[in-house]
Design a protein around this ligand. Structure first.
Ligand code: NCD
Length: 321
């Protein structure tokens, strides 16, 4: 009976990823996150071009990107190509039948017959789930509007692990447009599985959605909200900068008012004595000055690089390889 209970527990904590969709970090247990990160670390030499691995021969990824992307689409594509697979691309709503009125559910059913796995980005919250409901093959959320961006959060966690040696015990400041920034939502859900303290730094009107706060409360994660980047820098181990999400603003004047609200530069690091690891999902549009780039703890370009290994690991897991 004891063995049986232990098996049930293991099953609950760690699913078999083969055939799974990756839609939200809310769905991932701590054990699953740690497992994905350790698989990603194994792929680092391949991602860094130090080793070749032909794991995906004959496998096709459909990259359906209905909203602008550089890093996410290219790193999914690079991950698949470097593992010996192939990639089909749809770039932009204008170039797809979604424009003609096809439902995402139908697109999912159709792409199922063309590819083995789908990575998708779309401007509407919940859109990736809608397509996944139609597709029988695994679907990975590459960003659904202001909703979530789970693969970014996983590569952020991988970066924290690589840069800081682990995630437990960190004091992490999430800075910028916490309302519209989907990377922040997914990262907050993910971090709530660890023993961290969060400092949420944003203008009042761009604070994290209630749903995220409730999740943090429910998970027992301590967090404080502030409008002062300077105060956060004095205590944070990791500073996760984000851009103000221009495309989500109904009023352009409001964006103009808020866009430069937080700018991190070397002078501010020196003034606050901050030794924090500086991260950013990128693209940056002024919120991290270029004079930061030579600092040893400026991790944002390494972070983008880590996305390849992380996506290799996820593709391998959902394809059961
Ligand atoms: C992020 C996104 O698309 O949400 N970019 C990315 O995927 N690295 C962040 C952003 O656009 O601000």
């Amino acid at each position: 009976m004891k063995v049986y209970k232990a098996q049930v527990l293991t099953y609950c904590l760690m699913r078999n990823f083969a055939g799974s969709d990756i839609l939200s970090t809310k769905d991932l247990t701590r054990e699953e996150i740690e497992f994905i990160l350790s698989r990603a670390e194994e792929f680092l030499p391949v991602a860094r071009k130090q080793k070749t691995l032909n794991l995906m021969e004959g496998v096709v990824l459909a990259a359906l990107f209905y909203e602008p992307s550089t890093r996410t689409r290219l790193s999914f594509e690079t991950a698949m190509l470097r593992l010996g697979g192939k990639v089909l691309n749809v770039i932009g709503l204008d170039n797809s039948s979604v424009k003609k009125g096809e439902t995402l559910y139908d697109t999912g059913k159709m792409v199922d017959g063309y590819a083995d796995v789908i990575a998708m980005r779309h401007p509407a919250v919940g859109s990736v789930k809608e397509l996944a409901d139609g597709a029988g093959i695994p679907v990975i959320n590459g960003g659904d509007g202001t909703g979530e961006h789970p693969t970014q959060a996983l590569l952020d966690a991988l970066t924290m692990k690589l840069e800081r040696g682990g995630i437990d015990g960190l004091k992490i400041a999430l800075v910028g447009d916490l309302k519209n920034g989907r990377t922040v939502h997914s990262l907050a859900f993910l971090l709530s599985r660890f023993k961290v303290q969060l400092i949420l730094v944003s203008p009042k009107q761009l604070g994290v959605p209630e749903e995220v706060k409730e999740f943090l409360h429910f998970s027992g994660i301590g967090f404080e909200e502030t409008e002062s980047l300077e105060d956060a820098l004095k205590v944070a181990d990791v500073v996760y900068m984000t851009r103000i999400q221009k495309e989500r603003f109904a009023d352009p004047a409001e964006y103009e008012r808020l866009k430069d609200v937080f700018v991190l530069d070397r002078a501010l690091m020196e003034k606050t004595g901050s030794k924090a690891t500086v991260m950013h999902p990128l693209p940056r549009v002024g919120e991290i000055n270029n004079d930061m780039d030579d600092l040893a703890n400026a991790a944002y370009f390494r972070q983008a690089q880590n996305g390849i290994a992380l996506r290799m690991a996820l593709l391998a897991l959902v394809l059961g390889r």
